[in-house]
Design a protein around this ligand. Sequence first.
Ligand SMILES: C[S@@+](CC[C@H](N)C(=O)[O-])C[C@H]1O[C@@H](n2cnc3c(N)ncnc32)[C@H](O)[C@@H]1O
Length: 394
Amino acid sequence: MSNSSLIQIIKNQITSSSDQQITFADYMNTVLYHPEYGYYTSKSIKIGNQGDFFTSSSLGADFGELLAIQFLEMWEILDKSSEFTLIEMGAGTGVLASDILNYIKNNYYDFYQTLNYLIIETSSELIKQQQEQLAEHHSKISWKSWEDIENNSIVGCFFSNELVDAFPVHQVIVDTKELKEIYVTLIDSENFQEKIDSLSTPELEKYFKLIDIDLLNKDYPNGYRTEVNLKALSWLETISQKLKQGYLLTIDYGYPARKYYNPQRYQGTLKCYYQHRHHDNPYINIGQQDITAHVDFTALEKHGKLCGLEKLGFTQQGLFLMALGLGDRLSSLSSGQYNLQTILSRRDALHQLLDPTGLGGFGVLVQTIGLTEQQTERTAKRISARSLTGLKQQ
Ligand SMILES: C[S@@+](CC[C@H](N)C(=O)[O-])C[C@H]1O[C@@H](n2cnc3c(N)ncnc32)[C@H](O)[C@@H]1O
């Protein structure tokens, strides 16, 4: 089932390293992002109802349409800027972009005309799918790498849905009153095994200081194991350099730090997804399965602030979408204009987007940079308490 070329590449990484071991983050980076054989870069990735996992945008156009309403409001707050750019990071099959752009084109044509839509995507296979999916909007949309985007050049909104959970994470463990790290090494010429050793970088200790969590206090049992997403911090730094004025909208599964690093969550949040089933063994189906970890929203908030990104609000997806009109969409299903089949399937999809134990419980974080005083005031006037519509609690 696993990809033998990829396994050989990881073995070479291990045997060529000075300690015959690589961090779990390096392992995860290779199995997900190796340019040829990684899960996200090869043909293995399958998103949607028949795939390894599905996302909010696999449930129909409502999710993208409601986000479009939020983007319209951002554009209005930014004085209907003629340079407004939406930058989607990690665009999957392109369905979300297509739902957003179709809705804006059909309902707010003046916004559509000014809008510039960029996609930043690592998977060349998915870029192909996105280009097919988005052919109709080819004049609006382009695919860029971070290097293509000049510093301090973007007015608009960077956004992602289920991107940050896919970044490679370090795994740390409390080992007889010391914080240590999980490494991957070889048990014999065939098989991988984990090894505990000292931290690979002081950034890991700095991370826990940033979020004010002490894994060495008495509440955490020996063997307590969890993840640290350092890549999310460098990602924030890059966005803060590129974004001159506007917003960063991050939607993902995760928790604030106190909940994430709760002493009872002693095995962390790492999960593998393969053909719609999830399990916790990252050493099988190598290159064929997704591996993810929940997002620590406190780290995004606190590190964002250090980079100049101010938190505008944090809420749950269900509440966010309700404030943008999901409730009206649900009630309109009883208006008599839809057939029974449509009513049932759409009602089910909308309920899934709201379900607090599922997609509705995802975190939504909005951060901002470079707003003028007037734009900040306008936000406050239009919507109470300096928040965007989607951030209003119902
Ligand atoms: C879980 S999928 C989510 C797809 C889509 N946002 C959706 O809602 O269906 C993660 C996406 O992020 C992309 N990706 C992963 N790491 C990335 C990175 N460092 N930069 C840009 N895209 C990345 C993947 O190739 C994939 O398109």
